[in-house]
Design a protein around this ligand. Structure first.
Ligand code: SF4
Ligand code: SF4
Length: 372
């Protein structure tokens, strides 16, 4: 069972190796969102990106993975992106791979996802299109005229892959910030009405070190109302859950995770163990290794350690940061890390199980096809 999620169950009890890696493929993006914490805002190419042969060595040094999230920048602008994904597929057998995109480059995105569905048949591929609000708002925030329409075209191009490939999932993510907090309620309905084939819709809080930090001033009650609306839609069967095996468990974990995010933000303190740096790792486009997306916590760079991530983790600097994380010296609400922090926290498993029992059975791929 090389691609089974069950291979990673032992990490609930022993935090010995990373199960979840976020790889920032590039800093380049064809949009310029004011809430973006990662893109290269200078002219010319971003310096120092890892090359494909270097990425192969990095992948060699990582174990088999449960969850591999690609990030950026816009991941699809990198021309060797399919080869990068196929390298990780061969070497790390990820159960799930996540492909977030602004949806601007329709043709390239659809072609690439089609190729990857074929070349990575044993992984589950989840493509998530970013949409933040009605067209005018979305285009203004992404600073690209017609961005919303292009993203919708990408949805139309990708939706048929759901019929064709059982290992494909298609979703939407909405970044919630101060500017769209009053629009999000109606926008959830818009997505449901105009993108009926998606298998998930998530809302994430604007985060990180961004050029317009005032956008992070979200009224928490509005976040809570949005995530409760999504939760209600999942519980009533109006919004499906991921189609991959364990998709219903993932939906239950999402519910617990959102509650934890709300309470963490409300109390402004850490409320659970954080496994960043042990179960989670972030590898930046230039080879910097971090426990999470708090980039000030810097373990080292793979280029200085023979492209071997395990050697970076053994440095004194990395050990010092890991001790600080273990001592609860930081807190955040970042969804990706909250995911691992809920999925692998033995104390939270009963809560996830309770939510799981309230959900309708996950539809089989055959049932999903029949309903279309
Ligand atoms: S589309 Fe994504 S990567 Fe590009 S600027 Fe916006 S948030 Fe950043
Ligand atoms: S609590 Fe947040 S900031 Fe601190 S290590 Fe974990 S993920 Fe990073």
């Amino acid at each position: 069972m090389p691609f089974s999620p069950l291979r990673h169950v032992d990490s609930i009890f022993w935090k010995r190796k990373p199960v979840h890696v976020t790889f920032f493929v590039t800093k380049i993006c064809n949009a310029a969102c004011p809430f973006c914490f990662y893109i290269w805002r200078e002219d010319g190419p971003a310096p120092g990106e890892l090359t494909l042969p270097e990425i192969e060595k990095v992948a060699d040094s990582l174990p088999n993975l449960l969850w591999l999230a690609f990030s950026g920048g816009e991941i699809f602008v990198r021309k060797d992106f399919p080869e990068i994904v196929e390298t990780f597929y061969r070497k790390n057998k990820p159960v799930v791979m996540l492909f977030p995109t602004n949806g601007i480059m329709t043709e390239r995105i659809v072609q690439t996802m089609r190729r990857l569905c074929q070349s990575c048949p044993d992984s589950r591929l989840v493509c998530k299109i970013s949409l933040d609000g009605p067209p005018d708002y979305h285009d203004k925030m992404r600073v690209v005229k017609g961005c919303y329409d292009k993203a919708m075209k990408t949805y139309e191009g990708l939706a048929p892959l759901l019929e064709e490939f059982e290992n494909f999932d298609l979703g939407v993510n909405t970044v919630l910030c101060a500017e769209n907090q009053d629009l999000v309620d109606g926008f959830i309905d818009t997505i449901a009405a105009t993108m009926p084939k998606i298998t998930t819709h998530t809302v994430s809080l604007a985060r990180g070190d961004m050029p317009s930090p005032e956008l992070k001033n979200v009224q928490l009650e509005k976040y809570k109302a949005a995530v409760l609306k999504l939760e209600e839609r999942v519980k009533s069967g109006k919004l499906p859950v991921y189609r991959f095996p364990g998709g219903k468990w993932k939906a239950a974990q999402d519910i617990v995770q959102r509650q934890l995010i709300f309470e963490t933000a409300q109390q402004d303190k850490r409320l659970s163990n954080c496994y960043a740096g042990t179960l989670n790792l972030v590898i930046a486009a230039n080879g910097d290794v971090h426990p999470c997306e708090e980039f000030s916590m810097h373990f080292g760079n793979v280029k200085d350690h023979g492209f071997d991530v395990s050697k970076v983790l053994q440095t004194e600097q990395a050990q010092r940061i890991l001790a600080d994380i273990k001592a609860w010296k930081c807190h955040c609400t970042h969804e990706c890390f909250m995911m691992t922090n809920t999925l692998f926290n033995p104390r939270l498993i009963p809560k996830i199980a309770a939510e799981y029992l309230k959900l309708k059975p996950a539809p089989t791929v055959q049932a999903t096809k029949a309903a279309r």
